[in-house]
Design a protein around this ligand. Structure first.
Ligand code: AMP
Length: 280
């Protein structure tokens, strides 16, 4: 396992590997890895000769009052895990390796990035797209792997790649869930035992919402239902929206019978914000 700290060093290594005819897969993460992340690593290792896992808690994508300081960091354990699952390189730059002191250049999407999570986390997706672009330039991957769990993020990254004619393939991997349906997330560790029990409601409500919408209920009625049910278990709905998968724009009222949609949800359990989604 190679541990690389700077973009320059990674570029050098990848250049050698590519000139030896090897294909490169990149799995961007913020660490504190769980089985969901490892599914991405396994997929990359099965499709690419070299798998690079980046582990970087990107300050650009955190808001002022968010959990940047407390976000779990455990590079050593993470490196062992990814090696076991087929990665050969960990790229773990520190903030100063990643961003020049006077960093001024950003990537932003001026449409979908302001919806859903972006509406509540201003600048979040600009931070995500900027770091992902920098990772793509450092690792020059043939394929990069992202979880469907962060649906809007993966959608925006695909859009960036398409809009900029970037020559790589984005692979989206299914959401890994706990036995009771809760989507795995590094932030689940913040939940108290009671909150952890209630958190299963996020996915349960999505499944119920799917049935209700398909039976003809309107988005606003379903949204009110979800807010009420979450309130009962002490959680707060931040948003529930239904978006067309193609353009990620919100659908109001009832769904079209031939439409392809994704249900998007964010809710607070105490101070912990969880997101999930379900394609229908
Ligand atoms: P993060 O470390 O939270 O930035 O996540 C790194 C990558 O892992 C992102 O592409 C996420 O979408 C993906 N990921 C996170 N949780 C899951 C999950 N439960 N199942 C599948 N992929 C996930």
């Amino acid at each position: 396992m190679k541990l690389i700290r700077s973009a320059r060093a990674l570029q050098r290594l990848v250049k050698e590997q590519r000139s030896a005819g090897l294909t490169v897969g990149l799995v961007p993460t913020m660490g504190a890895l769980h089985q969901g992340h490892l599914d991405l690593v396994k997929r990359s290792a099965s499709q690419c000769d070299v798998t690079i896992v980046s582990i970087f808690v990107n300050p650009l994508q955190f808001g002022k009052n968010e959990d940047l300081g407390s976000y779990p960091r455990r590079l050593k354990e993470d490196s062992i895990l990814v090696e076991k699952h087929g990665a050969s390189v960990v790229f773990a730059p520190n903030v100063h390796d990643m961003y020049e002191q006077n960093h001024q250049t950003y990537i932003y999407n001026n449409s979908v990035a302001d919806l859903y999570c972006g509406a509540y986390r201003p600048g979040h997706f600009q931070g995500v797209l900027t770091v992902v672009a920098k990772l793509f330039l450092a690792a020059e991957p043939d394929r990069a792997y992202f979880g469907r769990k962060d649906y809007q993020q993966a959608w925006l990254i695909r859009k960036m790649v398409k809009d900029l004619n970037w020559n790589l393939r984005i692979v989206m991997v299914s959401t890994r869930r706990e036995n009771d349906g809760l989507a795995m997330s590094s932030r689940n560790e913040y939940l108290s035992p009671e909150q952890r029990q209630s958190a299963v409601q996020v996915y349960q409500n999505l499944r119920q919402a799917k049935d209700d919408l398909q039976r003809g209920k309107s988005v606003s009625v379903v949204r009110k239902q979800i807010a009420r049910k979450l309130k009962v278990v002490g959680a707060d709905l931040q948003y529930f929206e239904v978006a067309e998968r193609e353009n990620l724009l919100a659908q109001k009222g009832k769904l079209k019978t031939d439409g392809k949609y994704v249900l998007l949800i964010a809710a607070y359990f105490g101070t912990t914000r969880l997101i999930d989604n379900l394609e229908i």
